[in-house]
Every structure is written in structure tokens, then in C-alpha cells.
Design a protein around this ligand. Sequence first.
Ligand code: C2E
Ligand code: CA
Ligand code: CA
Length: 697
Amino acid sequence: MSRVFIVEDEVLVARDIKSRLEKLGYQVIGTAARGDDAVSRVLSERPDLILMDINLKGDMDGIEAADRIRAEADLPIIFCTAYSNDETLQRAKVTVPYGYVLKPFDNRELEITIEIALHKHQMEVALKAAGVRLEATLQNLDDGVLTVDQDGVIVLANPMAVQLLGRSKAVLMGLNAETVLQFQPLNSTGTVLDIPGLLQGQTALPVSFDRQALLRQGQDSLPVDVGLNWFSQGETSLLVISLRDLTTQIAQETQLVKTAFYDDLTSLPNRQLFLDRLTTRLISTRGEDGQDPVPFVVVIISIEGLSVINQALGFSAGDHAIVEVARRIQRIAQPDDTLSHLGGGRFALLRSDGRDPGLVLQAVESAQILIHENIEWTPDSNVTVDSHCGLVFGPGEYVAATDLVRDGETALGRAKTEGLAAVVFDVAMHEKAKAMLLMRTKLQGAIDQKVLRPYFQPIVDLKTLKIVSFEALVRWPISDDAFIAPDEFIPLAEKSGLVLLLGDLMLETVCQQLKAFNSKAIDGFSIAVNISSEQFTAALVDRLDQLISEYDLQPEQIGLEITESVAMKAIDSNLKLLETFRTRGHKISVDDFGTGYSSLAYLKRFPLDTLKIDRAFIQELAPDTDDFIIAKAIIDLGHSLGLKIVAEGVETQAQLTLLQELGCDLGQGFYFQKASTGEMISQCYERGLPLGRAQTL
Ligand code: C2E
Ligand code: CA
Ligand code: CA
């Protein structure tokens, strides 16, 4: 029930109105006859509605009383008056009455006026609350919000808008939006947001647009997301513009892109981004039809010597070297080039202008010189690294970026194996690479089907020419009387991981052959097997044990030939392995001795039996040559260490005589006998015949 207060100076009229209102269902909570009395009672009793006579007794009339009430409280007031001149009505209007009733009034008229007033007031209260909420929201919003009228005048700006625009609210309000809202697209290809155009209705409201940079006077521009909405209010329309500061978001996005596409260590583009740029280059070159595409070049750079630095000085020194090298390569890069760190000691450079191959090679050479300069690690320790480069020119027939990189790597591989600073990829190299791949597949098949088999070359005592052992050499037969030489497939097997399978096949077939010899009582010699560096592990011990028991052999019958580098690796595990093999009875030979870097004095530390002087020293053996001096030194020092010396590649009687004079113990070479099959050896032993010049008896 609504509570009504009546202000009426005529007591009878007041009473009449009161009873009418009560009949209509209102509660009359009081009446007052004087203005001042009315104000104080209304303010303390807070009715839902006031019915106010304009003409009151005393100093204060109804209009003034209403004024005072409104100043203190938001209550609906209906004026009622018996007469009214224009001046009075004008005054009444200012107090925003909720209605008038003219006396005398009928009940219906009164009720309608009261109900309208109550409803209107209720709506206003609700609207006000909504307004307060909206205001609070706008105050606290993370987005800047500006409302602009059709003339572009700013009519509302929330605190965030004030902050983003860097002007006070007082300055903003009433200002034309154009003066503070000037944009530029954030990325070069974007469109500019045109606020004046929008306001004049020339430009339709865009559904979406690119991020903008908000240009600010005397401040950095600000990356923002802009939201636009027309809002109509009666006849007029307002444009609501929201601005979201993207600084943090863009920083996060940039960081994300950085981790996905850039290398942590050097901050250079990673492989992914490099391939991306290369692809873009390939596509853009293809697009310009009619014109000859501008050649570019991909340079793959490999840094040598990092593992030594890592081992000697730690990984941070290695990392430091990589960063330094990156900086140096960057020095020869041109603005359009892309330098990428592929990982480890690998870099790739996309040189945008490859028109003059001579210039490109010159630049690569300068880079390599820079790379080779001292790198300071600590004030008193410097390190140096070396490099190889593989170059491939594009676009040529290339379609895929990965193919270019692959061919760059192939060229790099050749630079490494041939000890060249830089190699340019050509089609022949690609053919060779393809042939290698084919060869690998075939080799795999030959191993799987056990087509590979050992031949045996005798090693003889140089005094008696009697055979003391054989070296097992792998052969790949391709027809009855032809085979592929090991030099053509052993390097490939080593590169492609097939060497373990190959080595194991050799071990097994050699053991089979030994068993066959044993069964025919052919003996008095051992067989040495070539062991590649990957094969030389603890697993080899177990495998040999297993084969020896399976084929019923003695460990002394099997010798191992290892390379100088395997033998000299001063790694504890290698030393232990060598000891294990020797305690079991296997003889250890160091192959190709003299070609590596090891010093003879170093040999003392290793448990070995035989040194094989590389055939390079034997080939041109003549008195007073360097080779002669080296051979003599090896023989003498070897002997002082208790080692037996084998001369490899003995081809002539003259060489034999010299070696005998030098006191060399053993010899192997075509002069005595080439490698032969097990069957051939069996026949000679059984018949008591020599194998070439090598004696079986
Ligand atoms: P290597 O271990 O130094 O083997 C000796 C090579 O010298 C053999 O070549 C042999 O035929 C050759 N040779 C022997 N006497 C003479 C001579 O008087 N004059 C000349 N010019 N050459 C002579 P081959 O059989 O072609 O083997 C080449 C290389 O392949 C071997 O060098 C060895 O490093 C590797 N190899 C052979 N068989 C195996 C194997 O079963 N496993 C592994 N890992 N490597 C093997
Ligand atoms: Ca050998
Ligand atoms: Ca050798």
C-alpha cells in the first residue's frame, strides 16, 4: 500500500482528500498545512508520494517546499492547485513535478495521476540504479570507453580512456574526437581506422579491422584493439568507442613467437623460421614470370672444434664460442640475408643476392677467416674454431626449401671429407648422393643375405716367410670373378650405421672358417679381424665369448685390428676393454700406424701386441728417405716397447730386403699373396703348398 503525505492549508479540503485517498486504497501517513512543517515531516517520514498544494499559508508556498524536499530526498511530488497563472506554472516546472491535478478533481483523475507519478518515480529510481552500475562498470573497466555524438564531440570518457589518451577528463569532454583519436595500422599491410569518416556516415562500421597504433601527442604510440558501436538515443545516435591496450598481449605474443621461431642461445632464427623464409623466397621468385629470377644462395656452415672446447672448458665455453661465431658471421650478412642457427655448431645463411658467385665465395671466405680468429674465453684463455661450408645456389629447379638445405648439407659433407673450406653443390654431387643411397640399400641387402664374405691375406714372418696369421678382409662379390672393394662401401657402412651389422657378419663367418680349419687340423696361425670404432665396445667382449663357445674355438685364434685413433683414445673404458681382450688371449694390432697423430711414447700406456706400419711408408721405402727414417723409428721404438711390427703393403723384393735389414718382424702384401678364399687356403695347407710366396709349412 503506497504511503501518501498531504500538504494542504485548507483543513476541510485536506480531510476530504485524505478520505478519498483512503477509499482508493492509499495510506495517508500525515497532513501538513504549512510549507516548513511539510518539509520537516516529509523528510523524517519519507512517504512514497506527496500531494502538494501550491498555495499555502505562511512564508513558504508549495513550490518552494517541493524545492527544499527535492534538495534532500528523491520523492515524487504531485502539485495540486485550484488556479494557476503562467508564472506559477513556470516555477513549478523547475522542480520537476510528477504531475498536476487541478482542483476540484474527481477520484479517477486523482488516482491516475498518483499511479503515473508512482510508476514514473519507480522507473527513475531503477534507471538511476542502472546508471550507477553502468558508471561503476565504466569506472573500473580495463578498456577505455569514449562516447561521441554525431558531431564527433566527446560526451563521455571513462577513467581508462582518460589514462590511455593521456589527457584530463576535463580536457577530453567537449573535445572533438578527431583531435585525440588518430590511428595508424599496426602492421604495414593493415587499413587505417577513419573515425571522422565513420561519423559522417561515409564509411560503414567495419565488422573487424586490424589492430591499430593510437598516436599520442608527446608520447609513444600505443597498440590498441578498437571496438565500435552505434547507439541510438531517440533521434540522435552516439558512437561508443572502446580502446583496449595491447601492450602486454603483444609482448606475450612476441615472446611466444620468439620461443617458437628463434634460437635461445643466439637469438637467431631457428631451422623452422629459416625454412619459412627460404620457402617465401622460392615462391616470390616463381611469382615474377617473364623475368629471370634473381639467384640466391644457401650456405650451410659447420663449426669444427666445439666438442674439444666443450670437453676441455665446459659447455658454457662452447656456447660462448657459438654466440661469438654467430656474431662474426652476421658481420658479413647483408640486410636482406637471413642467418639461422640450426643447432649445435650448424648455421645456415640465406644470402639474398647470389648473382655473382665470385662475390658470394669471397664473403664466405671472409666469414671463415673471421670465424677462425681467436675467441676470448677468459682474459687469459683463448679458443679457436674452424669451419666448413656447403653452398647451394637457387632457385634453379628447386621447389622445396628442404631440398635446398639437403643439398647444402651434401656439399658441406664433401667439404669435410675432402678437407676443403667450402664446396658448392652441383648436380653431379646430387647424383652421387643418390647413388650412395642406392648403394646403402643394396649393402643392407647384401648384409642381410650374407652375400658379404671374408677373404684372408697372409701375414708372414719376414725371416722365414712362414704364415703366422691372416687378416680377414671383407669382400662383396657381384659376380663369379668380381667384387666391390671395401673402400667403396666401408665408409658408407660407417656413415649409415651398417658397420655394426657388417662387422658382426664378418666375425661370425671368420669363426665359421676357423672351425672349418680346425676340423681339418689346419693350424699354426690366427686370424685378425678389422674392428671399426663403433664396434669397439663392451658388447664385443660378450659377442666374442659367445662365438668362441659356439664354434668351439680358442680365443688366441682371433686377433683384433683396431685403428690408431681407437687405440689411442685415452678413455678409461677403452683401456679396460683392451686389457679384457688381452687377458682373454686375443692379440691386438694397431692398424695403419703412422697415419694418425699419436706419439710413439704414448703407446706405453696401452696393452698392445702389434703395430702395423701403414703401407704409405712402405711403398716408397728406399734408404735415406723420410719414409725410411720413419719406418726405422717405428720399428725401433715398437721393439723397445715389446711390440711386434708388421709392414703392410709389401709389393717388391727390394722392400722385403730393406725391411729385413731394419729388423721388421712381419710382413703383409701382394709380394707374398693377395687375400684368398678359405677354400683356397685349405687346399694349400692340405697339399703342403705355399700360398704365393707365403709358406704354409
Ligand atoms: P686395411 O685394414 O689396411 O687392410 C689392408 C688393405 O691393404 C686391404 O685392402 C688389402 O687388400 C690391401 N693390401 C694388402 N697388401 C697390399 C699391397 O701389397 N699393396 C696394396 N696396394 N694393397 C695391399 P682392402 O681389402 O681393399 O681393404 C681396405 C680397407 O677396408 C682395409 O684396410 C680396412 O680398413 C677395411 N676393411 C676391410 N675389411 C674390413 C672389415 O671386415 N671390417 C672393417 N671394419 N673394415 C674392413
Ligand atoms: Ca686391417
Ligand atoms: Ca692397414
